[in-house]
Ligand binder design. Structure first.
Ligand code: ZN
Length: 330
């Protein structure tokens, strides 16, 4: 065993072996290699992150600047002085660094050489990704894992789901029963990593996702995780299938002129799923989009809508919840 660190609790945990390929596949898939000088903005202090990502970067031959949680101003200085080509850390911290650089009078895209970023530990919002890529010319990649089990999945240049690492066994389970769900269903990501140092059997991540089995155009043959749809506690289970708020938000992005509310009730031992549609402008009629809405909803959430209610503009208040569970379990 080479290291011991602290995870929240506090719990002392051994580090996985230095010989493990932790995160190396992810960095390789993101195109990082021996030509790169990478700023590692994950903390190196007593937590596993910094050293773990450092190890992955070294495996692909990159030179690492262990900047950890230094101030954004210092990070800007390092990027400039050392000709940094890539970043690894959280997306929000990279945005803070970019903003600091612009504040200091730099044009991030033309004054610096940073062209790639590999993110973990925080979801990458699509709007933020667009800004990094379009405004600042940084190609972005998502990596997924947990302190306890190391790397689990990573994005390739196709950016259509995350390839599951070979060393881990990923199951999608019903968080209430722990039982594996049928193919393509949304459920909790449960990970088993085979190793001789820190063996965790069926580690529940608390994250919701589903698995895609179709081959990826990049040529890798592993199954992929279809992003993270949220945390287990945020989802509602309807007729045995989970619906996460993030899925509704995706639908909302397709139907920009309407507000959505989902209600689940239980009538004679059956779950009844109702969708309320409200036009954002009083002049919009929501009835003609009903059919398309039902199709899109079924595609994204895999659950069928039982009832659609078309409510008047102004019915749903700003603080109304997106999903309401009216079921009582008596
Ligand atoms: Zn791929």
């Amino acid at each position: 065993m080479d290291r011991i660190f602290i995870s929240p609790g506090p719990v002392y945990e051994p580090h996985l072996s230095e010989n493990d390929y932790l995160w190396a596949r992810a960095y390789h898939a993101a195109g990082i290699g021996k030509e790169d000088i990478v700023l590692n903005a994950f903390s190196y202090h007593m937590v596993a992150a910094g050293l773990t990502f450092h190890g992955g970067l070294r495996r692909v031959g990159a030179t690492v600047i262990p900047s950890g949680t230094s101030s954004s101003q210092q990070q800007v200085q390092l990027i400039r002085d050392l000709n940094v080509t890539a970043y690894t850390g959280t997306p929000s911290f990279l945005m803070a660094i970019i903003q600091k650089a612009e504040e200091l009078g730099y044009d991030f895209k033309s004054d610096f050489r940073m062209r790639r970023a590999c993110f973990a530990a925080e979801p990458l919002q699509p709007s933020l990704r667009k800004r990094f890529e379009k405004e600042f010319g940084i190609d972005t990649y998502q990596m997924y894992g947990a302190t306890e089990v190391g790397d689990v999945a990573y994005e390739c240049s196709e950016k259509q789901g995350w390839h599951i690492c070979e060393e881990v066994l990923v199951e999608i389970v019903d968080p209430e029963t722990g039982k594996k769900l049928p193919k393509g269903c949304l459920g909790e990501v449960v990970v088993t990593r085979f190793n001789s140092i820190f063996f965790l059997f069926r580690f529940g991540t608390g994250d919701l996702s589903k698995i895609t089995e179709s081959p990826c155009p990049c040529g890798r043959t592993s199954y992929r995780l279809n992003g993270i749809e949220g945390r287990v506690g945020d989802a509602l289970k309807v007729r045995g299938l989970f619906i996460a708020p993030s899925q509704l938000k995706k639908i909302q992005e397709i139907f920009k002129d309407v507000k959505i509310q989902l209600i689940v009730a239980r009538i004679s031992h059956e779950d009844i799923l109702t969708i309320r549609l409200e036009p954002k402008e009083a002049s919009i009629n929501t009835i003609p989009i009903e059919e398309k809405f039902r199709t899109v909803f079924k595609d994204i959430c895999t659950v069928k809508i039982d009832r659609m209610e078309h409510v008047q503009h102004g019915t749903l208040k700003e603080d109304d919840r997106l999903m309401i569970d009216e079921r009582t379990w008596k």
